[in-house]
Design a protein around this ligand. Sequence first.
Ligand code: XMP
Length: 191
Amino acid sequence: MQDNVSLLYTEDRIAARVRALSHEIAADLPSDFLMVVVLKGAFVFAADLIRELHELNIHPEVGFITLSSYGSGTTSSGIVRVIGTLPDNIAGRRVLLVDDILDTRRTLAHARDLLLKEGAAEVRLCVLLDKPSRQEVTVTADYVGFTIDDVFVVGYGIDFAEAYRGLPYIGIVQQEDTAEPAPSTERADER
Ligand code: XMP
């Protein structure tokens, strides 16, 4: 266990929840849907999710999207832009957009709108963690791993200043100087 990280969800708890999510998704979507993974934070979650889906004989195509969000101080401006290119085969597809955390919801709202503009037939949202208390725009995820309070989390692909992505569990990071959880609104430009 990392010194300044307190445990929120164990590896086993996460694995069980990801397995349950794969069953929910398999019941709703056809085998050939397009899974669009938001980098970087969702890469570990998506890797586990797609292997659980494989066990259920569901074999989505996978694409990635990198988004950047700019803010000043501890608040995000809510301006989101795409870095690089979108997957090129979105038109007419049923899409599952996979992200790590739904916070203000501006990022996923923007990504979903972009995919719909590219001609996606449907966009469903799947997030590992949902912080409903911080909602700024109305977005409801179709599949949610865990609903959490307004705490700053790390691990399982989720970083704090690019650290902790390799932690196998999800924890709450404490800022060293104050022992308070780090502000969840502040984040690096490239996620
Ligand atoms: P929205 O647009 O919903 O953005 O505010 C969600 C993104 O914000 C980041 N985020 C966090 N990153 N620990 C992190 O490491 C957190 O507790 C946290 N809360 C939000 C993350 O990139 C997420 O995709």
